[in-house]
Design a protein around this ligand. Structure first.
Ligand code: COA
Ligand code: AMP
Length: 248
């Protein structure tokens, strides 16, 4: 996309030395002031808030996001069993699917805390592939071509308004991950109040699963299953390639 110059705008905020909020957009220059204010208002409190504006040299446009499916379960056990089945269908061995869920439950960082990004895992040997297991890898530079249209469409498709705060960002991120070559993604939030997680894969799309954790649990994270041979290209794509997604 090169008709207009585009910029990556990113916000991160910390409180008492902990990262508490992060968000990003890709937009035209004239929209930057409005979005800076919006991102500034996002965290309810902070000690430090960093806003970054970076001009992008080129942006790839993806026509369609992953298709969305939603499943609710009565128990955490049933929900996680379903998640394991979906990971197996996506090419992950059952033992690695189980291991990944245990990893996020206990805190995937070596100090048993949440990581600052996603863990990378070989889908057959379960070997961790990221350079820094405290940090992991972060997917950045991804957004919707028209965020307001996406929100309207999600509402029309009976997605509850309460999910609009997270779903557009999580779906965009997962769509980019799969586009970059991630075989399957497992995610649930570190927000103690948010129990819905998801599995994403090229075959299955974006499958929301509730609950993936108990309410009140502060543990969360992401595991990207990737093949070792493609590791470098995938990480470079996740961290560097700017992507805009056109439609649902
Ligand atoms: N979690 C924890 N710490 C984070 C973080 C995150 N998501 N993002 C940034 N940090 C902290 C880390 O300490 C990081 O240092 P590190 O690279 O050694 O880990 C430091 O901030 C600087 O990070 P950097 O990558 O330079 O931040 P950035 O200014 O480029 O912004 C964000 C990146 C914040 C936009 C991105 O990480 C993010 O959170 N994007 C939104 C993802 C999203 O939409 N999630 C919602 C899905 S529901
Ligand atoms: P969240 O969905 O924002 O609650 O984040 C859940 C977990 O995903 C965090 O604890 C991190 O481990 C990881 N994470 C957060 N942001 C990113 C990102 N941009 N890319 C990859 N992993 C992330």
């Amino acid at each position: 996309m090169n008709s207009k110059e585009l910029y990556s705008v990113r916000m991160r905020a910390s409180f008492l030395g902990q990262h508490i909020s992060g968000a990003e957009r890709i937009l035209q220059k004239e929209d930057i002031p409005k979005v800076l204010l919006e991102l500034y208002k996002r965290p309810s409190k902070f000690d430090e808030l960093v806003l970054t504006i970076e001009k992008l040299s080129s942006v790839k446009v993806i026509e369609k996001a992953l298709s969305i499916y939603s499943y609710d379960f009565k128990s955490l056990e049933d929900a996680r069993k379903f998640a394991i089945e979906l990971l197996e269908k996506s090419g992950v061995s059952q033992s690695c699917a189980k291991f990944a869920i245990e990893l996020l439950s206990r805190g995937a960082s070596p100090d048993f805390k949440n990581m600052r990004g996603a863990a990378l895992m070989d889908p057959q040997s379960c070997k961790r592939l990221e350079k820094d297991p405290f940090r992991g890898v972060r997917t950045v530079k991804v957004d919707w071509l028209s965020r307001s249209e996406i929100k309207k469409t999600l509402l029309k498709r009976s997605i509850k308004r309460e999910y609009l705060k997270r779903l557009p960002d999580a779906l965009a991120l997962a769509t980019k991950n799969i586009h970059c070559g991630v075989l399957a993604e497992l995610c649930w939030s570190d927000d103690p109040e948010y129990e819905t997680g998801y599995i994403a894969s090229p075959l299955l799309g974006y499958v929301r699963i509730k609950p993936m954790k108990q309410k009140g649990d502060p543990k969360g994270g992401r595991v990207y299953f990737v093949s070792k041979e493609k590791l470098e290209d995938i990480v470079s794509c996740l961290e560097k390639l700017p992507i805009l997604i056109k439609s649902l």
